[in-house]
Design a protein around this ligand. Structure first.
Ligand code: DX5
Ligand code: ZN
Length: 221
C-alpha cells in the first residue's frame, strides 16, 4: 500500500500561501480545507482562492469540503482543477450522483465521515468513490488531538475495501503526527493529512519524510 502525505495548509501562513505551498513540494498532495461556517464553526477560503492555489501549487490539490450543500458547490472545485474533491457524507443529499459528477469532471471523488458517522451504510458505495476520509478529529480546526476511537472504523473500512478488490484510498485527517501516524497506518489508512505537524515544523520537508517513514513502518506491522 502506497503511503501518501498530504499536508494541510490550514496551519500555513494565509498571507503567503504561494510560498507556503513551496515548502511542501516533496508531499504527494496539498490538502486544502474549505469551511463555510455552517457545516463547521469556522470559515476559510472559497472557490476563487482555491482556483489560484491549484495554479501555483507544486503538487496536486486535495480539496476537503466542510460545507453544507456540497451537491451544489463541489463540482466547481473539480472544474478549477482540484485533483481530488472530498465532500461530507453528512451533508450530501445524493452522494452517488455527486461522486459520479466529480469523476466525470476529471477529479478523484472522496467521501468524508465525521468521527461519529458509521462507515457501514456507505460500504455498498465503495465502487463510486476513490477515497474514503475517516475524520480523526471533529472537523473545523487544526491542532486537535487524534481520536483513537476512530481506529476500529479505519480497520473495518480497510477490510471491506480489501474484500471488494477495489482500489479505494483511506485518508485520515486530524491530529496526525509522529506520535499517531503509525497506528493510523497500522489500522489501514494510506493517505495522511497533517497540518500542524508539517507547518508547525521548522523544516517541513523533514517533517514530511519522517511522517512517510513512520507510516510505512505502520504498514509493515
Ligand atoms: C480539520 C481539517 C484538517 C486540519 C488538520 O477540520 O480538516 O485538515 O488542518 O489539522 P491537524 O493536522 O493540525 O490536526
Ligand atoms: Zn481536512
Amino acid at each position: 500500500m502506497d503511503v501518501l502525505i498530504t499536508p494541510s495548509i490550514l496551519s500555513a501562513d494565509f498571507t503567503n500561501l504561494e510560498a507556503e505551498l513551496g515548502r511542501i513540494a516533496s508531499a504527494d498532495f496539498a490538502h486544502v480545507d474549505v469551511m463555510d461556517n455552517h457545516f463547521v464553526p469556522n470559515l476559510t477560503i472559497g472557490l476563487p482562492v482555491v482556483e489560484r492555489l491549484v495554479r501555483v501549487s507544486p503538487v496536486p490539490v486535495d480539496v476537503h469540503l466542510m460545507i453544507e450543500d456540497p451537491d451544489r458547490w463541489a463540482p466547481g472545485f473539480a472544474e478549477v482543477g482540484a485533483a481530488s474533491v472530498t465532500f461530507h457524507a453528512e451533508a450530501a443529499q445524493a452522494p452517488v450522483r455527486l461522486a459520479r459528477e466529480l469523476r466525470r469532471l476529471g477529479a478523484r471523488a472522496g467521501l468524508a465521515l465525521r468521527p461519529a458517522t458509521p462507515v457501514e451504510p456507505f460500504l455498498d458505495l465503495l465502487g463510486e468513490i476513490d477515497m474514503l476520509l475517516v475524520m480523526t478529529v471533529e472537523p473545523g480546526f487544526g491542532g486537535q488531538p487524534f481520536i483513537d476511537g476512530t481506529l476500529p472504523k479505519i480497520r473495518r473500512a480497510r477490510q471491506a475495501i480489501g474484500e471488494s478488490g477495489l482500489d479505494v484510498w483511506v485518508q485520515v485527517d486530524g491530529g496526525v503526527s509522529v506520535t499517531t501516524i503509525e497506528r493510523a497506518a497500522e489500522a489501514g489508512a494510506n493517505v495522511f493529512v497533517a497540518g500542524s505537524a508539517v507547518y508547525g515544523a521548522d523544516d517541513a520537508a523533514a517533517a514530511i519524510s519522517e511522517l512517510r517513514r513512520l507510516a510505512a513502518l505502520g504498514h509493515r506491522h
